[in-house]
Ligand binder design. Structure first.
Ligand SMILES: [Fe+2]
Ligand SMILES: [Fe+2]
Length: 210
């Protein structure tokens, strides 16, 4: 079954089409993706770093750290930069998604749970990565970036599979709410994409939803 077309898909495509035409912008984009992967790796270590009993957690944290490094290397190979694309909005996307989804889940299911927080944030981030990275891979003209994105997509899909069984029970308990969480993720991601669009001079075509 194919994924439904959501409102940000068009905006994301426009942003990516624009970015890949400029080595400077693409390098800044890769640097920003690297930053988000780095934040992801840090969040995993902070939240569930004590779960040394779980091979899947260690594997996940190691992969996200590798993604941060690999994307940074690709950025440097295209054009060395320490600049980002809408850095504040990118970081806000991640932190608000993490915070809001978990506050909501806590209110639905009672009490905070770092494991539950890890599962839900991972599920939301992986579904985004599995839409964003293939869309970017389709457009970039850099062979090294394409190769790396292929590998990343494989690893992000593996992460999703790893949490799927653990998350199944949780998702069943919040079945009504999962669509709501996906919708919120979409809104937060859109804010970041709108900011990138504005920064890079892509024509704005969609109104802000949040
Ligand atoms: Fe990743
Ligand atoms: Fe991942």
């Amino acid at each position: 079954m194919s994924a439904p077309v959501r409102s940000t898909d068009k905006l994301t495509a426009e942003v990516l089409d624009h970015i890949v035409q400029s080595p400077r912008l693409e390098s800044m984009w890769l640097n920003t993706l690297s930053l988000l992967e780095h934040v992801g790796a840090s969040k995993i270590r902070r939240a569930v770093g004590d779960r040394h009993d779980r091979l899947d957690v260690l594997d996940h944290a190691a992969d996200e750290a590798r993604h941060a490094l690999a994307l940074k290397r690709q950025a440097q190979a295209i054009e060395p930069t320490e600049e980002y694309l809408a850095k504040d909005e990118a970081l806000t996307y991640f932190s608000r998604l993490d915070h809001e989804s978990n506050t909501w889940l806590d209110s639905q299911l009672g009490g905070p749970s770092t494991w539950r927080a890890y599962l839900v944030t991972t599920a939301l981030i992986e579904q985004r990565a599995l839409r964003l990275y293939p869309a970017y891979e389709e457009r970039t003209t850099h062979e090294g970036v394409r190769r790396e994105l292929k590998r990343l997509v494989g690893e992000e899909a593996k992460h999703r599979l790893m949490i799927e069984s653990s998350a199944q029970e949780l998702m069943a308990a919040v079945e009504q709410g999962w669509e709501q969480l996906l919708d919120r993720e979409e809104g937060l991601f859109e804010v970041w994409m709108q900011a990138v669009s504005k920064t890079t001079g892509v024509e704005k075509s969609e109104p802000l939803r949040v």
